[in-house]
Ligand binder design. Structure first.
Ligand SMILES: [Zn+2]
Length: 384
């Protein structure tokens, strides 16, 4: 803190502070378990927060028109992002690059159909089902030009390699596939010092919950109120906006702006009355090759790529804002193992059983514990 105070302009500073509540799994129907969308919207309007539904692409044809209309009409409060593809227990913990590529291809195709039908954009951010992922999944997401991944656990399945101080304080973890992993926590795990830590180091405040929280949302409301009282400038937004704005910035002695980006895109504005030169860098591009760098969607010719990352610069006129982004090549093979009948049957059964659990059994704790034991026995052997 002292160093940042003493070298105010020359130190890296967070860009904008963002927060998002992420609810895993629900379909977009009137009710899902204890979640009722009208009730949630009323809570968000009253207490001022935003919810992103971590949406399972498998469910792309199974939503209610009334609720998709609500999402369309209230993008300030409601959004969706990717939550796996079929939401099998560990689909993105696979080390098979072809299979990962195949699952992401299907997931994107499903959500393209969903977007055409509902006109709801699905944020290109992956929330891993049950927190399971592999290094290979991070590289595959990068090759599919996802903005970032979000998870509670910072380590891939089966790894616990520890973190250096620098890795710990950066806005996102970059050590797996050089793809940004933003971390989220449950309300019960978030203290005031966690919020302060995130804001100081430019990490978005990402909160994870499931439908059960709405049985008694008091702890969630208390957390939202604490965040808004502590950081009144914080912007509640969809998760893509949150990760894209979580870049670092600093000023050079001659007045140029340097940006260290984590997500694959971001936006910068020039609020001054002078021409502003911006230098943008993305750390790391060894594992997945760069195809091109874009400025407002147009290829930018002078980007430099080497072992340390990608760098390019451009000028902003007074009052102007521009969006920068990077596009990666996808050279992975493609497996269709996830399109075979046996896989599809298991995915279908798993989703239906999970919905019965969330919609009916969760309201009866005794029956729920028996059903969970049965589900474990049914799916344990094949790791589903
Ligand atoms: Zn889930």
């Amino acid at each position: 803190m002292f160093i940042r105070y003493a070298f105010r302009q020359e130190c890296w500073h967070p860009n904008l502070h963002h927060a998002t509540l992420i609810i895993d799994d629900p379909l977009l129907r009137k009710d899902y378990g204890f979640l009722n969308y009208e009730g949630l919207l009323a809570l968000m309007d009253k207490y001022d927060f935003h919810t992103s539904i971590a949406f399972i692409p498998f469910n792309y044809r199974r939503n209610s028109p009334g609720i998709t209309r609500m999402f369309r009409e209230r993008p300030d409060r409601l959004s969706i992002c990717f939550h796996g593809n079929d939401h099998t227990a560990a689909e993105f913990a696979s080390r098979n690059a072809g299979l990962l590529n195949g699952m992401l291809t299907v997931a994107e195709e499903r959500m393209d159909v969903h977007e055409k039908k509902t006109r709801i954009h699905c944020d290109h951010v992956m929330v891993f089902p049950q927190g399971n992922f592999s290094r290979d999944a991070m590289a595959a997401l990068k090759a599919h030009n996802f903005s970032a991944a979000v998870n509670s656990d910072p380590c891939p399945r089966g790894e616990n390699s520890g973190f250096s101080l620098l890795e710990f304080i950066e806005p996102a973890v970059l050590k797996y596939g050089e793809f940004p992993l933003f971390l989220r926590k449950y309300p019960r795990e978030i203290e005031l010092q966690d919020i302060a830590f995130n804001l100081f180091f430019g990490k978005p405040v990402l909160i994870v919950e499931h439908h059960e929280i709405f049985k008694d949302p008091e702890s969630l409301i208390q957390l939202v109120s604490r965040i808004n009282a502590f950081a009144p400038e914080i912007r509640w937004s969809n998760v893509q906006t949150a990760v894209e704005n979580s870049y670092l910035r600093r000023w050079t002695p001659n007045g140029d702006l340097q940006i260290r980006a984590y997500a694959n895109a971001g936006k910068v504005a020039n609020a001054s009355e002078n021409l502003l030169r911006c230098y943008v860098e993305w750390p790391g591009c060894r594992e997945v090759p760069v195809e091109r760098v874009l400025l407002d969607g147009v290829p930018w010719p002078d980007a430099r790529t080497d072992d340390k990352g990608i760098r390019f610069c451009f000028d902003l006129r007074p009052g102007e804002s521009r969006r920068f982004s990077v596009v990666y090549q996808n050279n992975f093979g493609l497996s269709d193992a996830n399109c075979r009948v046996q896989w599809k049957v298991k995915a279908f059964l798993r989703r239906r059983l999970s919905e019965v659990r969330d919609n009916y059994l969760s309201k009866n704790p005794h029956v729920l514990s028996g059903a969970k034991a049965l589900q474990r026995r049914l799916f344990k052997r094949s790791n589903w």
